[in-house]
Write a protein that binds this ligand. Structure first.
Ligand code: ADP
Ligand code: MG
Length: 489
């Protein structure tokens, strides 16, 4: 137990790279880790799987551990990897991760650690290899080591790089708030939701970075719901759920991403529920994300649903043209490339699905320009991005939009072009105009013509009206977003 409880302060004076532990200390620590593993898993299991592990040395804050066969290596990685990393972090000051390798059992060690022992096997020197899939990068990218025992944070996902616009300003403000004052009443849990690629993960990481800036040793745990499940099941399998719970409950801030994947898994949900309650009761901050609002998550128990909505629920709306353009401008600027405004406008207009796709297109343009040394122009860009643009074009027509909207509101398609002005048909018609403007390249007059030869100012009015209503009325906004999603997929 003592491992997880090791106060961060015990080694806080060691910089992440300042690992020059004496050889003796290393081997004692390693012996302790083996001893604890043996205790935890039992003799038989230990001898079957773990006994042949050898500590080869340390490198850049990573403990290099070898096993004689690939099969053993994979098995240990899959079944004990997380546990091993935790123990290493707990027992070896400054160590952040573990790399499991296939190598003969010949003991070796990194120079820094044990010049006295056998030299490092050639194969281990170069190249430090693409880390095995697992290689638990741990806090590798997170600056100071410590309690980040769950998943690494992406250094690019900070508040600085998050572009704020109408569709995400509320979620962003909530995230900022939580980062400034975690576990404040009313903001716990923070539940972020929205479609794929709209910045949920980005915001969560940004909160974690901001919190760590204020306090590098604050135990912040970020993980996907899948990871949560995986760890819990692994704990069940090794009869080690107590440890798992203790670990979870030792954090100050728990972030679980993509909660929709937790759905319908009974005992994981149960465990999550208890962890959730324990943390909230203990005044810890919880931050969650999902693709839907708690009320719309299916396959989730009511009591959990209620608790999920008990703090603040903030959604990330589908991007607008303006937001997409700002994001592109920011990213082009960060990439240090000159891209004509017209090209950025083209992308913002054409690639309306999500920010990830937008980034992909921009990255391709930049790479292309750099590879071929050709400037990016309004002529070359569509060529380079032909396939992407085409897939986003998918010729969503005004007819499609009218049909879908009529269907959704249960009205006759002909009403889209009719002169009737009763609210029951006027509002859906406005929604259809709004979506036509958002999702097609048609001009206002063109759209107007499709709606019973209405004037372009009528279309403009509809677009403004719907935008306004979406801001004022969350339920309405959801509805429109839903229709939009159905059209886009
Ligand atoms: P989600 O978790 O909602 O699926 P992500 O957070 O992974 O989406 O975002 C997808 C990509 O788009 C990431 O690279 C992220 O940095 C970028 N992104 C999303 N929203 C923004 C934004 N408002 N400003 C800058 N980048 C963004
Ligand atoms: Mg995500």
């Amino acid at each position: 137990m003592s491992g997880m409880e090791t106060a961060p302060d015990d080694f806080s004076h060691l910089g992440a790279e300042a690992v020059s532990v004496a050889a003796g200390d290393l081997s004692t620590a390693w012996a302790r880790i083996r001893g604890r593993l043996r205790q935890e898993v039992g003799d038989v299991e230990y001898r079957t799987w773990l006994r042949q592990m050898t500590l080869q040395g340390v490198e850049d804050g990573t403990a290099l551990i070898s096993l004689p066969t690939r099969f053993l290596r994979d098995w240990v990685r899959d079944h004990y990897g997380d546990r091993l990393r935790l123990l290493v972090q707990a027992e070896m000051p400054g160590m952040r991760g573990v790399e499991l390798r296939v190598a003969s059992a010949r003991p070796a060690a990194a120079e820094a650690a044990t010049p006295a022992e056998a030299p490092l096997a050639e194969s281990l020197l170069v190249p430090p290899a693409p880390p095995p899939a697992m290689a638990v990068p741990a806090a590798a990218s997170n600056g100071a080591g410590g309690n980040e025992w769950v998943a690494p944070l992406d250094p690019r996902y900070t508040f600085d790089t998050f572009v704020v616009g109408k569709p995400n300003e509320f979620a962003h403000a909530c995230a900022r708030r939580v980062a400034e004052a975690p576990a404040m009443a009313g903001f716990n849990p923070l539940f972020l939701y929205g479609g794929v690629g709209l910045g949920k993960t980005h915001l969560m990481h940004a909160i974690a970075w901001a919190l760590r800036e204020g306090n590098p040793h604050l135990p912040v745990a970020y993980m996907s719901a899948e990871k949560f499940m995986y760890r819990f099941i692994a704990a069940l399998r090794s009869h080690n759920t107590t440890e798992f719970k203790t670990q979870l409950r030792s954090v100050q801030v728990l972030m679980v991403d993509d909660l929709q994947f937790l759905i319908g898994k009974d005992n994981t949900q149960e465990e999550f529920f208890h962890t959730f309650n324990a943390l909230i009761d203990a005044g810890k901050q919880i931050i969650l994300s999902a693709d839907k609002a708690p009320t719309d998550l299916s396959g989730i128990e009511d009591r959990l649903r209620t608790r999920l909505s008990a703090g603040i629920v903030a959604d990330l709306h589908a991007t607008t043209y303006e937001l997409r353009l700002s994001i592109l401008q920011a990213k082009a600027h960060d990439a240090g490339v000159e891209i004509p405004p017209r090209v950025l406008e083209l992308l913002a207009r054409k690639i309306a699905s999500n920010v990830r796709d937008l980034e992909g297109a921009l990255n391709r343009l930049v790479a292309h320009a750099q590879l071929f040394g050709r400037p990016i122009t309004l002529e070359t860009a569509p060529e380079v991005l032909a396939d992407i643009l085409r897939s986003h074009d998918r010729k969503l027509s005004i007819d499609d939009i009218q049909r879908k909207v009529a269907e959704h509101y249960n009205m006759r398609l002909t009403e889209m072009a009719s002169a009737r002005r009763s609210r029951a048909v006027a509002r859906p018609r406005q929604v259809a105009m709004y979506l036509s403007k958002q999702l097609t390249q048609r001009s206002l007059p063109e759209i107007g013509r499709k709606f019973g030869n209405r004037d372009h100012t009528t279309v403009l009015h509809a677009v403004n009206k719907v935008t306004e209503l979406m801001e004022a009325d969350a339920a309405f906004a959801e509805e429109v977003t839903l229709i939009r999603k159905m059209l886009e997929t």
